[in-house]
Design a protein around this ligand. Structure first.
Ligand code: DQA
Length: 143
């Protein structure tokens, strides 16, 4: 099983960015955590992060025929992007929406998630462990 872990804008700044909300772990450490979980689950993972909406849409489109699942943290594009929603719907690849924080418990504008309608599950408020949970959901482990 091949899984794509897709992260949106500003997640490259993890560790520096609002650590009281997102924690002190870096993006590289997040990838290491996910790599470890993937090895345990016997799946292969690839990572892509972009600050650009179109690049994320391209990555979802290019996942077709290559990946069996997507772990997607669209970051701020969660709350704005119909294009990402449409891309996930278009490829039909099982996708889990992940957020480090719990956007529903923050500012009202974070309560809207466009992409959620195309996702098989949403994991939020669990920090890095949420990505591991998303992998488990996609692989059917611990369901
Ligand atoms: C986030 C939550 C979003 O509201 C925010 O814009 C992000 C990160 C999270 O992982 O908690 O950039 O997706």
């Amino acid at each position: 099983m091949n899984i794509l872990v897709l992260n949106g804008p500003n997640l490259n700044l993890l560790g520096v960015r609002e650590p009281e909300i997102y924690g002190r772990g870096t993006y590289g450490e997040l990838c290491e955590t996910v790599r470890g979980a993937a090895a345990r689950l016997g799946v292969s993972v690839s990572f892509f992060q972009s600050n650009h909406e179109g690049a994320l849409v391209d990555a979802v489109q290019q996942a077709l025929g290559v990946y069996d699942g997507i772990v997607l943290n669209p970051a701020a594009y969660t709350h704005t992007s119909v294009a990402l929603l449409d891309a996930v719907k278009a490829v039909g690849i099982p996708t889990v929406e992940v957020h480090l924080s719990d956007p529903d418990a923050r500012e009202p504008f974070r309560r809207v998630s466009y992409v959620r309608a195309a996702c098989v599950a949403t994991v939020k408020g669990m920090g890095f462990a949420g990505y591991v949970r998303a992998l488990e959901i996609l692989t059917g482990a611990g369901a």
